[in-house]
Design a protein around this ligand. Sequence first.
Ligand SMILES: [Zn+2]
Length: 192
Amino acid sequence: MGEDFALLLREAGALLEGHFLLTSGMHSGRYFEKFRILERPELCRKFARRIVEHFFPSGVTVVCGPTTGGVIVAYETARQLGCRCIIAEKAEDGRKIGRGFSLTANDRVLVVDDVLTTGGSIQETLSALHPSQSEVVGIGVFIDRSAGVSFPVPLFSVYHEPVVNYQPENCPLCQAGVPLTAPGRSGKKKSV
Ligand SMILES: [Zn+2]
């Protein structure tokens, strides 16, 4: 309550301005560096707190997050709710709930993630949960930077700031000659 999340993001260096190449191939003038939040447990605690307050009445029994950053969000959210935390990992086709995690039709699942951009990871997580017949009560994200993604269950974001993406050929930053950077890479060829 009363937290200025925009200020917290700026202070942590999580909100970058410049000219960025996104994993989708699009360009953007703003970029959320989620690991500047995820590396600070105290900051994660504050963001997760809002998600917990929002979904507390929903009777959540399990929190599920997609790898990589979503695992940290799921763990902290589950810690505050006092329930289990499970992971949706990359699989050959979409995502899978492995590691011997068990879900029943009585489970009430909250899906969480760090930054919502296109909704791909969350959609894959919902698909991975589907065979368990558990009920997904909602989706909670730290940052929603999308222009609006629709899901079959309610979405709650702690901080919402739609960011415009450009096709490289129509990018005003390219046209202005601003150097392009590719942030958020894991250091390997493929971003995770
Ligand atoms: Zn550009």
